[in-house]
Write a protein that binds this ligand. Structure first.
Ligand code: PAF
Length: 282
């Protein structure tokens, strides 16, 4: 595995692959890698083929954090991330620092203005501008043909797809299903920051979404999910919404596939999860 920290180093590491026309597949991450990330790397390898190049980027992107404390607390276990990447057969690991990625007087930001308005975009101002900006930069730096993202960040995936469509970015976006712990908790780099009590309680988010998604009325679904989550003495809802799965706009009736999505705080750790709710066709 080649490990590089600069854009120039990345270009050099990819030069041979470029000249041979091999498929380059990127997995953008912020590190603190878990089984969910490793599943994305496996998907990237399948996509790249044995002769292709799998690039993993590892960069805790400061401009997508709305809270300084969250950025500071974000786990950065570099040594174990390197070992995971090595073991997973990653070809190139790109781990730049902030000064490498952002000029001190940077003045260009990529904004998606529709799909990013609600859900996480509403409670984390500027988050998706930060995501779009860094993801576009990573696409350009790696000159990747395809990139793999987890469906757990459903809104992020939709926003990135829209950016790629609207800006004619020649990168194929591949999605991979959410990977869960045996008790249902969606894997997240933030899970390691949960206290034992909070960790034991957190699977209720997925349980609440799954159970209430079986109902057929919008108000009843939201009510049931809210009751189950707030029955916890630890959980605090940041948002709980039922939105159209395509437009991400709130809905009042279940006539199209919908997304039941929640962000829940345990202490200062914010977890997100969602389930798809399909309309019953009679
Ligand atoms: O999903 C993430 O880990 C981040 O938002 C991403 C896509 C790596 C951009 O920083």
């Amino acid at each position: 595995m080649k490990q590089v920290t600069t854009g120039a180093g990345l270009r050099l590491a990819l030069e041979e692959a470029n000249s041979l026309g091999r498929r380059r597949v990127l997995v953008p991450t912020m590190g603190a890698l878990h089984r969910g990330h490793l599943a994305l790397v496996k998907r990237a390898r399948e996509e790249a083929g044995p002769d292709g190049i799998v690039v993993v980027s590892l960069f805790v992107n400061p401009i997508q954090f709305d809270r300084g404390a969250d950025l500071d607390a974000y786990p950065r276990p570099l040594e174990s991330d390197l070992a995971h990447c090595q073991a997973a057969g990653v070809d190139v690991l790109f781990a730049p620092d902030v000064a490498e990625m952002y000029h001190p007087d940077r003045s260009v930001t990529v904004s998606e203005t529709c799909l990013s308005r609600g859900l996480c975009g509403a409670t984390r101002p500027g988050h998706f501008d930060g995501v779009c900006t860094v993801v576009l930069k990573l696409f350009l730096l790696s000159a990747c043909h395809a990139a793999v993202f987890g469906e757990k960040d459903f809104q992020q995936l939709a926003v990135i797809r829209r950016m790629v469509r609207d800006l004619d970015v020649p990168v194929e976006i591949l999605a991979f299903p959410t990977v869960r712990e045996p008790d249902g908790l969606a894997m997240s780099s933030r899970n390691v920051r949960l206290t034992p009590d909070h960790r034991a309680d957190a699977p209720r988010i997925h349980r609440a979404l799954m159970q209430s998604a079986r109902l057929t009325d919008v108000a009843a679904i939201l009510d049931a999910a809210r009751k189950e989550i707030t029955a916890s003495t630890f959980a605090r809802i940041d948002y709980l919404e039922l939105v159209d799965a395509g437009t991400l706009q709130p809905i009042t009736s279940l006539s199209h596939p919908a997304l039941l999505a929640a962000a829940v705080f345990y202490g200062d750790v914010r977890l997100i999860d969602h389930v798809l709710v399909l309309p019953i066709i009679c």
